[in-house]
Write a protein that binds this ligand. Sequence first.
Ligand code: PLP
Length: 381
Amino acid sequence: MLIFGSPLIEDDEIQEVVATMRAGWLGTGPKVAAFEKQFCDYVGGGQAVGVNSCTAALHLALVGCGVGPGDEVITTPMTFCATVNAIVHAGATPVLADVDPRTMNIDPRRIEERITSRTRVVLPVHFAGRACDMTTITGLAQKHGLRLVEDCAHSIETTHRGRHVGTFGDYGCYSFYVTKNIITGEGGMVVCSQEKSDRIRILSLHGMDRDAWKRFGGQGYRHYQVVECGFKYNMMDLQAAIGIHQLRRIDQCWQRRRDIWARYQREFADLAIELPAEPDQDSRHAYHLYTILIDGDAAGIDRDRFLEAMTADGIGVGVHYVSLPEHEWYQQRFGWVPTDYPHALRIGRQTVSLPISAKLTDEDVDDVVRGVRKHIAQRSR
Ligand SMILES: *Cc1c(COP(=O)(O)O)cnc(C)c1O
C-alpha cells in the first residue's frame, strides 16, 4: 500500500530526537528557539512562535486580532475544518466567500461582497500551495480596515511576487502535521511582528509572563505572573528536533514534489479529467497537493468509485476537501447552504488528491500514473 502523504523522515532527525531524549529536556527549550529562528529566516518574517499545531496557531492569531462575539471573519469554503473551527473557538462568526474555480483559492471579488460593518478579519488559505492574490487581498484589508491572518498549512515554500506568503498579513500560520511539507509529528508556527509575537508567546503557554526554559534555567528561581488567560499550545524540543532537520531539506523536497507534479501534468494531459491550473507567473507554488477533478460522465467513473478503485489497487488517495457547507454541524449552526458556494461545491464533489510526497520513488510515481490511466477514460477527439 502506498500511504497517502507519508512523510520523508531521515536519520538526522531520528538521531536528534534520541539526543534530545538523552539530554532530558523534552519541553519548550533551546531547540524550539533555534527552530523558530531558522523558520523565521526561511520565510523572512519578523518573529516566529512554535506551537503544537496550525489549528493552535490560527486560534492564537485570531485571539491576537482581538475578535470575539459579534465579529465576522471571512474565509474560504475550500479548506480543512480547522480553519473555521478556530474562528468559532475565538468566539467570532465565520463568513464564507466562494473560490475562483481555476485557482481554487478564495476569490477577492467574493470577499468584497461579504464585507459588513461586523467584519474584522480576512483569513485566506493558500490552497494546495498556490498563493492567493495577496496584492488584491492586502489592498482590500487596508481599504476596509481589516486584519489579515494567512492559513499557510500547505504553503511554507510559497511566494507571491517574491515574498513568502504568511508575511503579508498580521499573522501567518503554518502546519508541521505528518502529511504537510515539513513535519514535526504534530506542530505549527505563528509568524508575526516582534510586538505581536510577545503576546502570542504568552498566550501559547497559559498566559504566563516567562517561559519554563527561563524559569528553571540557572539564573536563580523566578516567580511567574499570569498576565492573561492563555492556552496550552507550546511546541516541545522533541518536535523541534525533527523540524530543524526537516527545514534543512525543505528545498530539496520541494524540488522532488515539483518534478512529480510536472510529470503528472504530462502523463494525464490526454485524460478526460480536469488537471490543476499551471502555477501562476508571479508566484512560487509549494506543490503540497496535486488535485484532479473527475466529472463522472466524461471520465467514465465517478469520483467516489475512483477513490475506491485506487485504494483497492494499493494507492492511497485523499479528498481536499468536501466543501465546508456540506457538513452538518455548520449547516445547523450557521444555516450554510452548499449551493451558495457553487465552485467549492463542485470541486468538493469532484476532487481527488494523488500522492505527491517527496518520499515517493520513481516506481511509486509509475504506479500512480498507471493506476490513474487504468481507471480514467481518454479525452475524445
Ligand atoms: C492541516 C491543515 C490545518 C490544520 O493543521 P494542524 O497542524 O493539523 O492543526 C489547517 N488548515 C489547513 C488548510 C490544513 O490543511
